[in-house]
Design a protein around this ligand. Structure first.
Ligand code: GLN
Length: 484
């Protein structure tokens, strides 16, 4: 990690060896030098960031301490940071500026974190590669010819590229974990409801979660502790047990930890190099006393269909607010319905339109029961699979992706191929349970991630388990071949 770890920087700031202003200047400078190639950043407000950094330094000098005080952070551009653009990677929001702060942003600012940039993403967070941004596609710092993964492409590359030690993405069906796997960083998708979505532009509301991204689980814990906590502005908000353990994360005890390997997630289709690294990581857990056993999640084969039916249905409803009347771009001319149709036609990209059409179809009279209702029933079965597995094991370990990062254009002509990139990441969100991705090594020079999935509200245990692994073996410290 070129930026250094949040935990190390925390210590340096607290000891007075580092200043927030120097760290923020360093991050902004790196963006200036590298982002012409990486395209991870869509907007920033340097003056405001430097001012916030100086305020953080004053708070540090006065003796104040918080887990994130003075640390630079990058925000996915579907999160509201008051006064800055919220493009959602779309043309339709041209000119729209956040009139308020998202709850997670508000809490980070109150604790003295310093946002330094808004990050690129697939349009409205729909995508798995970063290529569906209406702006330049973000590039993978490990190999500029490859995608970084999506949809939180810019947030993940901001961490991998050393712009900031922390970033926020959003994860509806894999959007922090897939890019984390492709770029050698750690990312958590918390239990549904643990982080407020107030101020996160909605994609599929029964699935959306904010997800912190960093070099390590211990780094993620710093940000999670500050952001978690009930929010009356999000009706799904739940309290996270164990938050007090996040300020200084301790490695979890691996001895006796029961780790389940779901049969349906391994086998055919997984690249050999990926499989070998997953095996080696599982061996590390075993060598340190974890008990490994095979489990079954029999309804996994319905996961992609279920996810894309529910996701597109909710997308078609949520995206109807972008009509050229209230936010962003308007295409003038004709009657009101014509203006709305033209604004949407010009402002939205092909993938977003595809999902709105699919979703409207799933929800339409005569098809509702056959598609949407059926998907809801399958979702219940998928959730029951997990409940049963967690009667036998404490945590599940799976691949994040069957392969490493792929070349630009490899899947853009075939929506089904792009959707299948999410085969291992959509199940846990359907069940609302927490999951994380952590690096387990390089296959032919490209990063590979392992996914850990836990029962609802086991987020802290998941981070402690990942931290134990990262204390034993330091795959997460490998950095991409970028200038220092
Ligand atoms: N790749 C998935 C999709 O396109 C997940 C996106 C996300 O998590 N925001 O829907």
């Amino acid at each position: 990690m070129a930026a250094g770890s949040a935990v190390d920087w925390r210590e340096g700031l607290d000891a007075g060896d580092l200043s927030s202003e120097a760290l923020v200047r360093g991050g902004l400078d790196r963006i200036r030098r590298l982002d012409g190639q990486l395209h991870a950043v869509l907007a920033s407000d340097e003056d405001q960031s430097l001012q916030l950094a100086r305020q953080a330094d004053a708070r540090l000098r006065s003796g104040e301490r918080t887990p994130v005080l003075g640390l630079p952070i990058v925000l996915k551009d579907n999160l509201h940071w008051s006064g800055l653009q919220v493009s959602c990677g779309s043309r339709i929001l041209d000119g729209y500026r956040a009139p308020y702060n998202a709850t997670v942003v508000e809490r980070l600012l109150a604790a003295g974190a310093v946002p330094i940039a808004k990050a690129n993403l697939d349009e409205f967070a729909m995508g798995s590669s970063g290529e569906y941004s209406a702006f330049e596609a973000t590039r993978n710092p490990w190999n500029l010819d490859l995608v970084p993964g999506g949809s939180s492409s810019g947030s993940v590359v901001a961490v991998a590229g050393g712009y900031a030690p922390l970033a926020l993405g959003s994860d509806t069906g894999g959007s922090v974990r897939l890019p984390a796997s492709f770029c050698n960083v750690t990312a958590l998708r918390p239990t549904y409801g643990v982080l407020s979505r107030y101020g996160l532009t909605a994609m599929a509301s029964s699935l959306d979660q904010v997800g912190p991204i960093a070099a390590s689980a211990a780094d993620i814990a710093l940000a999670l502790g500050v952001m978690a906590g009930l929010d009356p502005r999000d009706s799904t908000s739940v309290k996270l047990p164990g938050v007090d353990r996040l300020d200084q994360l301790h490695p979890g005890n691996l001895r006796g930890l029961r780790i389940g390997l779901p049969r349906e997630y391994f086998g055919e289709g997984i690249e050999t190099g990926v499989q070998n690294l997953l095996d080696a990581a599982i061996q590390v857990f075993k060598d340190h006393g974890a008990l490994i056993q095979e489990v079954s999640l029999p309804h996994t084969r319905y996961a992609i269909d279920t996810y894309y039916l529910i996701c597109t249905s909710e997308v078609s409803s949520n995206l109807s607010r972008f009509d050229g009347v209230r936010f962003g771009q308007r295409t003038a001319g004709g009657t009101l319905p014509e203006m709305i149709a033209q604004s949407r036609n010009q402002g939205l990209g092909a993938e977003v339109k595809r999902r709105i059409l699919l979703g409207a179809f799933c929800l339409s009279k005569g098809y509702y029961d056959a598609f949407y209702m059926k998907a809801l029933k399958a979702r219940t079965l998928i959730t029951q699979d997990f409940n049963q597995a967690f009667e036998q094991v404490d945590v599940l370990a799976t691949p994040v992706s069957p392969g490493t990062a792929f070349p630009f254009g490899a899947k853009t002509d075939d929506p089904m191929a792009m959707y299948l990139a999410d085969v291992f990441t959509v199940t846990a969100p359907l069940a609302g349970i927490p999951c994380l991705c952590m690096p387990v090594g390089l296959s032919s020079g490209l990063p590979v991630g392992l996914q850990l999935i836990g029962p609802a509200l086991s987020d802290v245990m998941l981070l402690e388990t990942a931290h134990a692994f990262q204390s034993i073996i330091q795959h997460h410290l490998a950095t991409p071949p970028l200038p220092a």
